[in-house]
Design a protein around this ligand. Structure first.
Ligand SMILES: *Cc1c(COP(=O)(O)O)cnc(C)c1O
Length: 490
């Protein structure tokens, strides 16, 4: 080969996922957006839930696609096999478990975040400053002191884990990060028997063992029994154990019970214990000046876990942990490997890495949907929606009290109502069965989606309203239909 002849490039053209021609994907995108707006606009016209037919379920099992099926085909299959079969949580009559609703604006925020696709690990980029602003707003919204730290996480379960990990490390009394659990006495934690399963899972994952979590039998109103708590702490101390943390609830998952957080904060202060509050949904009631007194003491918690995908109705996933002592928070997670060194200038200059405050390094831009929502609507609008849900729960409670066939199964202090169809002449097991069948029919017929729980051995129909689309007439319909099914023979 002579030096003068230019070398021929024989390599195949390099590939990218970007289209050569942006026209078709742009057109498909507009269609998707229109379809999803229609889908949201007409949600009330559809059943609350439809069971996915076996045939569709079978179609969702296909061989790994080695060759392209094309964007149009992928979207067609989404429309036919996925979109029509949701759990139903965006529907006005979905009240199962505790699930948020989402909205059109929030969907668009998710699109913006996905389009920018920043790795929101930190660094000097807009997402970092948006997230820091959001954390500061959340802190202020929930009455938490300035200087507290926080982290956005996937949801309440992880938020509980983060809070409990900081609690464990800062109250262990020895260098737990270095020595592990063998470095000191057995650590114990306390919660009412109504605590969420994620609390136990966190305790297990942290290596403390579920036995270390002392579940204090709840009082009749399903709140934590403070006297029994004090006795348990005393007993553990005299057995040579080291009590570190009390978990209080701003809204238990079963019934929305709120522990006496003020008294708990006093007790924890006296006993030098860490107060962690699980406020997965209930913490948001703080936004309402009318509801805030019910949560008094929450602002004194050492750590507070809550979700924004429940009672702020944001799309999955987003939750948050706030920690009063920012230094304790950082000390539980911070590490400085050489490849993450801060620089004097450039991308790695100054702002924090969120991995100093939680488990994740690479992270999505969860903060954007919170930022957009708060800016677009303001806190007061959310406060009104939350008050509306609480008023709707009170309305449902009243309807149940008035009904000769229905009975309340627990107090309904917030937005959760547990009730049953009364079968006074049937033994408990049978009346439980009948209530379960009624609930299944309500769901199968697509009328509404409440869920169930068992309180004191009694199976109840459970309505948790974290739904900005619900109206009182939706609850009228539920009551009517439950009464109808209660009358019909099994
Ligand atoms: C939902 C819930 C959790 C768990 O939150 P996720 O977002 O589902 O992980 C924890 N505690 C309570 C009281 C809850 O209602």
């Amino acid at each position: 080969m002579s030096k003068k002849e230019p070398r021929k490039n024989t390599a195949p053209p390099e590939e990218t996922l970007d289209p050569r021609d942006w026209g078709p994907i742009r057109e498909l995108g507009h269609r998707m957006l229109d379809d999803m707006m229609d889908y949201l606009e007409t949600v009330r016209e559809r059943p609350a839930w439809v069971s996915m037919p076996d045939e569709v379920e079978r179609k969702l099992k296909e061989p790994l696609p080695l060759e392209p099926q094309g964007e149009e085909a992928a979207y067609r299959d989404f429309r036919e096999r996925v979109l029509p079969y949701p759990i139903g949580n965006i529907h006005p009559r979905f009240w199962g478990w505790v699930q948020g609703t989402g909205s059109a604006l929030d969907m668009l925020s998710e699109m913006l975040a996905a389009g920018m696709n920043p790795n929101a690990a930190g660094f000097r980029q807009a997402s970092t400053f948006v997230e820091l602003q959001v954390l500061d707003w959340l802190r202020e919204m929930l009455g938490y002191p300035e200087g507290a730290s926080g982290i956005l996480v996937s949801g309440g379960s992880v938020a509980n884990m983060v809070g409990l990990a900081v609690a464990r490390n800062s109250r262990a009394g020895f260098d737990l990060r270095r020595a592990g659990l063998h470095g000191g006495p057995g650590l114990t934690l306390y919660a009412s028997s109504e605590t969420h399963s994620s609390v136990q899972r966190s305790v297990e994952l942290m290596g403390l063992g579920s036995e270390a979590l002392r579940l204090i039998p709840a009082r009749e109103d399903l709140t934590l029994d403070l006297q029994a708590l004090e006795a348990a702490i005393r007993e553990d101390r005299s057995a040579g154990l080291r009590p570190i943390t009390v978990i209080g609830h701003a809204g238990t998952v079963n019934s929305g019970a709120v522990d006496d957080l003020e008294a708990l904060a006093d007790l924890c202060h006296r006993e030098e214990l860490w107060l962690h509050v699980d406020g997965a949904f209930g913490a948001l009631a703080w936004l309402s000046p009318e509801l805030r007194p019910r949560l008094r003491g929450m602002e004194r918690a050492d750590s507070l876990a809550f979700d924004l995908h429940k009672w702020m109705y944001l799309p999955y996933e987003v939750g948050c942990t706030l920690v009063r002592d920012a230094e304790a928070h950082r000390k539980a997670f911070a590490l400085m490997p050489s490849y993450l060194s801060r620089m004097e200038a450039g991308v790695a200059c100054i702002p924090p890495l969120f991995s100093d405050y939680g488990m994740e390094l690479s992270r999505g831009f969860r903060a954007l949907k919170v930022w957009m929502a708060l800016k677009a609507r303001g806190v007061r609008r959310y406060a009104r929606l939350i008050e509306q849900n609480v008023a709707q729960a009170a309305y449902l409670t009243e309807k149940i009290r008035e009904s000769p066939r229905l009975e309340l199964a627990a107090p309904a202090p917030l937005n959760i109502v547990c009730f049953r169809v009364a079968f006074p002449n049937l033994p408990l097991a049978e009346s439980n069965d009948r209530n379960r069948c009624i609930l299944e029919e309500i769901q199968e017929q697509g009328i509404a989606v409440p869920s169930t729980t068992v309180l004191d051995g009694r199976l109840c129909i459970r309505v948790a309203i974290t739904n900005h689309r619900t109206t009182r007439s939706d609850l009228d319909l539920l009551v009517r239909e439950v009464e109808r099914l209660g009358r019909s023979k099994p």
